[in-house]
Design a protein around this ligand. Structure first.
Ligand SMILES: Nc1ncnc2c1ncn2[C@@H]1O[C@H](COP(=O)(O)OP(=O)(O)O)[C@@H](O)[C@H]1O
Ligand SMILES: [Mg+2]
Length: 334
């Protein structure tokens, strides 16, 4: 790490990266801090070789000290960088400089979904559906490369301006493979505090079982639930209560938080948020397609229940033969 004046930035490897504005890191000039999560700081930076703006993510030094994480970081950054998808943030470079892991990626102008929800509150179902579909297509593409995201959450969904009226927003998913393999490994600090959020983790991640793309179906469903209702499905007072709820509680009806949303959506969430991966939708796009269809129905239930032919206006049809005695008697009494 070299500071702008050629001095070594002694602060970086020791603590969390900070105070780097104006300095040079691995060929990038740090221009401004964009945001920070539990394990990293993201900066707007200038790629000095190509003279373009990038987002430079510096991971907390303790992650570099974890061998399992480093190996996975190297592998998964490579896989993520190899996926060329319109809804995945392109990774330009991933590496290590003086004991700090970094990723340079496309700088996305806009807000992340967490900030958007904080500002606007729950989004209209049509908007939520559009955003969900873009994230779903990114996840399904990653799954086709055997890459599981594991940390689908509003902070990792970047919402930029879209191209036209039909596509008012362009959504990017970021941070593939940047979480620890299981929560038991490292998610908790030595004092038992959890770094990050438990609101979107699948039950199998909590129990440390092997995960596949279906843990992202679960995470996506939690995010979409929050996009529609303003709160994730299992909001509780403490981290422990959230962990319990993710594993054992059924998701609440959407209308509990936002009256007027069609009941049909609850069944879709029940399946996407099933406790066992086998019971969930097989792909993220399948979940989103069913959800959008459900959201298009009338609030309070389907306007036309599936499988039931609507009755034409006019007098009721003649009862079937077997029912005639009953109806004749009713008719006689009136
Ligand atoms: N490629 C990017 N372009 C623009 N902003 C980004 C980019 N990647 C991340 N950010 C911003 O930086 C913030 C911090 O990112 P991160 O450290 O991953 O924390 P978290 O994902 O927990 O919010 C994100 O919430 C997002 O707003
Ligand atoms: Mg992130």
């Amino acid at each position: 790490m070299t500071a702008a004046g050629g001095e070594r930035d002694a602060g970086l490897p020791a603590g969390r990266p900070s105070g780097l504005v104006g300095k040079e890191v691995a060929g990038y000039r740090v221009e401004a801090e964009i945001g920070r999560g539990g394990m990293a700081v993201v900066y707007q930076a200038r790629d000095l070789r190509l003279d373009r703006t990038v987002a430079l993510k510096l991971l907390a030094p303790e992650l570099a000290r974890n061998d399992t994480f480093r190996k996975r970081f190297a592998h998964e950054s490579r896989v993520a960088a190899s996926i060329d998808h319109p809804h995945i943030v392109p990774v330009f470079e991933a590496g290590e400089t003086e004991g700090v892991l970094y990723i340079a990626m496309r700088y996305v102008a806009g807000r992340d979904l967490a900030a958007l929800l904080a500002r606007e509150g729950p989004l209209p179902p049509v908007t939520a559906g559009r955003i969900a579909a873009q994230v779903a297509s990114a996840l399904d593409a990653a799954h086709a490369h055997d890459l599981v995201h594991r940390d689908v959450k509003p902070g990792n969904v970047l919402v930029a301006e879209g191209t036209d009226r039909e596509h008012p927003e362009h959504v990017y998913l970021t941070d593939f493979g940047l979480t620890k393999k299981s929560l038991s490994l490292t998610g908790f600090t030595t004092v038992g505090e959890f770094v990050g959020t438990l609101d979107y983790v699948a039950p199998e991640q909590i129990s440390g079982k092997p995960v596949d793309g279906r843990c992202d179906v679960y995470g996506l469903a939690c995010v979409v639930f929050e996009t529609l209702s303003g709160v994730p499905p299992f909001r509780r007072e403490t981290d422990w209560a959230v962990l319990w709820a993710q594993q054992y509680d059924p998701p609440p009806p959407l209308a509990e938080f936002r009256p007027g949303l069609p009941e049909a959506a609850d069944a879709v969430f029940a399946r996407a948020l099933a406790k066992t991966p086998e019971e969930r939708y097989g792909t993220c796009l399948e979940f989103v397609a069913e959800l959008r269809a459900a959201l298009a129905e009338e609030p309070g239930g389907p306007a036309v229940p599936t499988g039931v032919v609507p009755r034409a206006p006019g007098p009721p049809p003649e009862p079937p033969v077997w029912a005639r005695p009953v109806f004749r008697r009713l008719g006689d009494g009136s």
